[in-house]
Structure formats: structure tokens, C-alpha cells
Design a protein around this ligand. Structure first.
Ligand SMILES: [Zn+2]
Length: 246
């Protein structure tokens, strides 16, 4: 069964024009993280075609991915088809975890490592954006893990949570209540209405300016209709400022 699923997802290929995956990755920076429950290779394929030009966020695959590989012995990971930098063996496919009530994350070295890193990062996160994830009903252990990492909502009084989902706001808030500090959340039906999309590569800075410094700031939305060359040129302007500050 796992092999059939693995083979099916492995054959999927991202379209050649920029997609929401490219826009998301290009709009974040090295210090950011994208964690996904999806098995498909689209995020990694988008990463691959943009990473030569830009420093991109780190990716975490919480249920494994057909595009990611792992060396159990050296605890290294990378694109499937690439080799481990320590022992030079090809990376083995990662396990794919199924959406069941109880998961044993700790039984698989790769997935265990991905969750540990997510928990570490969530402790220090300032903004978190959640994309259409129907937790907690479907995934009790995932929610428990995130809850313990995110900590007590009452002790986190500045963080901003944003939820991109087509469900109603009431429905979303009851689902995500354990994570959301009073008033510090927004919901949107469309990624292109989000803080990330309206302030690419400057999302946290834009938020701080507007709400903590009360300086009004203009949106700088992703030009989503651009092809790759024009799109990369547009992001280059932001990159140059980042590099001049190093
Ligand atoms: Zn190795």
C-alpha cells in the first residue's frame, strides 16, 4: 500500500509557471520555516527551482514526503535522488504517515527529527500562518504536539496567528482556540490576502511597524501574474536590501 501511494505521488510534477508554492517560498526568508503534512513533491520541486536564486525558508515534512530522502545512519536528509554528504549513499525514501487518530511520530527517525525541530521553532515564533488544516478532529497527536510547543496562549501576548482557510471564522476559531491569543489572529479565504503575500520577505517587519510602532505601511503584494524571470527580478530588489544589511 505504501509503495503504491509513494509511486503515485512521486509521479506528480509541478506546472512550469510560478505557483502558490513558489510565491510562498520566495516570500519567506532563511530564518522562516514551512512545515507541511502533505506527501506530494510540489513544495520541494518549487524549492528546487528557486533556491539557486534566493535564500529560502527551511522545510519540514511532518508526515514524510515522496520528494524527501533520509540517511538513517547519519541522520541527514535531502532531495530524493541525492546522496548523503557523510556516507555518499543515496537517501532512502522517508516513511509516509497516514491520517489516523494516534500516530507514533517517535518511531521514525526522519519524522521524529522534523517534529523536534518544529517544536523548537514554535517556541520562538513571532508569526504563524496556518493553511487549510482541519485539525484537531482528525489528528489528535499532531495537535497535542503543537499545543505543547506553542505553550500557554496567555503567556504569549504579542504573537500573530493567521489562518488561511475557506471555513467560517467561528468554525476556525473553535478549532484553533488553543493556539490563538485573544484578538491576535486574522482569517482569510485566500493566501493572496495574507500578511505574507502583502508583505513578502518583510512580513514580521511590516506587522511590527503597523501594530507596535503604529506606522501606517503600504502593501507590497506579490505580482502573482508574473512569469519566473520577471518574478525573480521583482524579488531581487528585496534581496538586494537584505544583502546590503549583512
Ligand atoms: Zn549517510
Amino acid at each position: 500500500m505504501e509503495k503504491v501511494i509513494h509511486d503515485y505521488f512521486s509521479r506528480l510534477e509541478i506546472i512550469s509557471e510560478p505557483t502558490i508554492y513558489d510565491h510562498l517560498l520566495l516570500s519567506l526568508r532563511e530564518k522562516d520555516y514551512v512545515a507541511t503534512f502533505n506527501w506530494d513533491p510540489f513544495l520541494l520541486q518549487a524549492f528546487h527551482r528557486n533556491v539557486q536564486r534566493f535564500r529560502l525558508p527551511r522545510l519540514l515534512f511532518l508526515h514524510g514526503s515522496v520528494g524527501a530522502g533520509y540517511c538513517e545512519k547519519d541522520r541527514t536528509s535531502g532531495f530524493i535522488g541525492n546522496r548523503c554528504s557523510k556516507c555518499d549513499c543515496f537517501f532512502a525514501p522517508t516513511k509516509l504517515l497516514y491520517p489516523v487518530a494516534k500516530k507514533n511520530y517517535h518511531l521514525d527517525g526522519f519524522i521524529d527529527g522534523q517534529w523536534k525541530e518544529l517544536k523548537n521553532q514554535l517556541r520562538h515564533a513571532f508569526m504563524i500562518t496556518i493553511f487549510g488544516y482541519s485539525a484537531p478532529q482528525s489528528d489528535v497527536s499532531a495537535i497535542d504536539l503543537m499545543k505543547s510547543a506553542w505553550g500557554n496562549v496567555n503567556q504569549r501576548d504579542m504573537e500573530q496567528t493567521e489562518i488561511i482557510d475557506i471555513r467560517s471564522e467561528d468554525d476556525l476559531c473553535s478549532t484553533w482556540e488553543p493556539f490563538i491569543h485573544t484578538h491576535h489572529y486574522e482569517t482569510h479565504c485566500d493566501f493572496y490576502d495574507s500578511w505574507i503575500s502583502n508583505h513578502p520577505r518583510r512580513t514580521g517587519e511590516a506587522y511590527i511597524n503597523q501594530y507596535l510602532m503604529t506606522k501606517f505601511i503600504d502593501n507590497n503584494p506579490i505580482p502573482k501574474e508574473f512569469g519566473f524571470e520577471k518574478l525573480w527580478g521583482w524579488y531581487d530588489q528585496l534581496k538586494q536590501v537584505e544583502e546590503s544589511q549583512h
